[in-house]
Design a protein around this ligand. Structure first.
Ligand code: FA5
Ligand code: MG
Length: 408
């Protein structure tokens, strides 16, 4: 018997969009005015623009699967920052206050618009970045933490954009007394020595500048030390993830000035990959407003969470970063298309194992479709290649694999 794997093509037709609430199919509607998200009911209103295909992604939590590239990468970064608190099961529905206001986003910021974000209703939305959890996490009093989660943005469709992707937020805050500042200096010294011995080329920029300023409430010397600690911590992570590269092809990292409403100074980090600079994270010195809000939040809401021995959040200074897990995993595992992360195809999933970085082996992007063909063989015999020519004549390049699976 010969088995022929052919390719199937799905044609997508453009049609007019449905009225907004009608897009949410019955599966998620508990009553005409409600939707259910992760087992919780939410009222819908004129703001609702979350779609059924997004709702089906919410329970998947790819970053929590130990043998999925995103889970493997999460563990690897967590093991680098081993003495940080590791959080990865935070609910994706947040308030616009958490996602924007508490972080100092201006009222007219484009990220707030319904064309850019998914709203459950006027009071709730899907987080568009892991920074949405900064205030509540600082409010628990943790001085060093990593938080990994799925984030949602209405975006274009191509091989490097998907409306759901994963970010890891990392943050560290320091007290500002002399002893604590000496500790930052010692940490900077240790990390600098480690990086000096490694094969990594870093294009740096000043820690602060007139266009990337120190915050008015910060001592400029402290801000510089914290920005340096951020840069050294990130550069060490990148070295751990990508290695130093060969002597003649070192890892190349570039720091550039950026703007985020919730950090100043702010930076983006790019790495050179296949001849192009690829942005992998945003970061900076945390705006004092965030820490002040965490102080308020602590008093207001989280008394039961027992803050660490009075971190005194408003008097601290710290850094935060938010990195895109898919962007890094695409490089590390050689995964060419962001959509592959969502594949349930065993040809994708079986390629990865816990704690191991392996290079992705491409396979047909079409699902396998088996055709078993049985026929009588002529007395003189039939060479497999004769049959292959026959298949080629009929199916052309759509037939990707022809195998003899039995002969009687
Ligand atoms: C942010 O989301 C900020 N919250 C990052 C931050 C955190 C800044 C803490 C300062 C302090 P940005 O939108 O640039 O920033 O996204 C951060 C990273 O997420 C990007 O560098 C990129 O790696 C990844 N990313 C952004 N958009 C996409 C997308 N559509 N698909 C895949 N990855 C993306
Ligand atoms: Mg960016």
């Amino acid at each position: 018997m010969l088995s022929v794997t052919t390719s199937a093509r799905l044609l997508l037709r453009r049609h007019r969009p449905l009225p907004l609430p009608a897009r949410i199919r019955n599966a998620s509607r508990t009553s005409p005015g409600d939707i259910s998200i992760l087992g919780q009911k939410y009222e819908i209103d004129g703001t609702t623009n979350i779609t059924q295909s997004i709702i089906t992604k919410l329970p998947l939590r790819l970053h929590n699967r130990p043998a999925h590239p995103l889970g493997i990468l999460r563990s690897k970064i967590e093991s680098h920052f081993h003495d940080f608190a590791h959080l990865s099961s935070v609910h994706p529905v947040v308030t616009p206050a958490q996602n924007f206001d508490l972080l100092g986003f201006p009222a007219d910021h484009p990220g707030r618009s319904a064309t850019d974000s998914y709203y459950v209703n006027k009071d709730c939305m899907l987080r568009t970045h892991t920074s949405a959890h900064e205030v509540e996490t600082f409010a628990t009093g943790q001085p060093k933490w990593l938080l990994t989660a799925d984030v949602y943005r209405r975006d274009e469709i191509d091989s490097s954009h998907y409306p759901v992707f994963h970010q890891m937020e990392g943050a560290r805050v320091f007290k500002t007394d002399q002893a604590a500042i000496e500790e930052v200096k010692a940490d900077n010294e240790r990390l600098s020595q480690y990086l000096d011995q490694s094969n990594i080329v870093i294009e740096d920029i000043p820690h602060v500048s007139p266009t990337n300023p120190v915050q008015p409430t910060h001592d400029p010397a402290h801000s510089e030390l914290v920005a340096l600690n951020l840069k050294l911590s990130i550069n060490s992570l990148l070295l751990k993830l990508f290695g130093g590269g060969a002597r003649d092809a070192p890892l190349q990292v570039r720091w550039i000035e950026a703007y985020f409403p919730f950090t100043s100074p702010s930076f983006e980090v790019e790495i050179l990959y296949q001849g192009k600079w690829l942005e992998i994270l945003g970061c900076g010195v945390i705006q004092q407003l965030t820490l002040d809000n965490a102080g308020g939040y602590q008093c207001h809401l989280l008394l039961s969470a027992r803050p660490h021995d009075s971190l005194g959040i408003p008097d601290n200074i710290g850094w935060a970063f938010g990195l895109g897990l898919e962007r890094i995993a695409m490089i590390l595992f050689g995964i060419p298309d962001i959509r592959l992360f969502w594949s349930t195809d065993p040809r994708f999933l079986s390629q990865f194992s816990e704690n191991q970085i392996t290079t992705f082996k491409p396979y047909s992007k079409y699902p396998a479709c088996f055709k078993d063909v049985s026929f009588w063989i002529p007395e003189a015999g039939l060479h497999e290649n004769d049959f292959c020519d026959l298949v080629r004549d009929v199916a052309g390049d759509l037939a990707e694999d022809v195998k003899m699976v039995g002969c009687r």
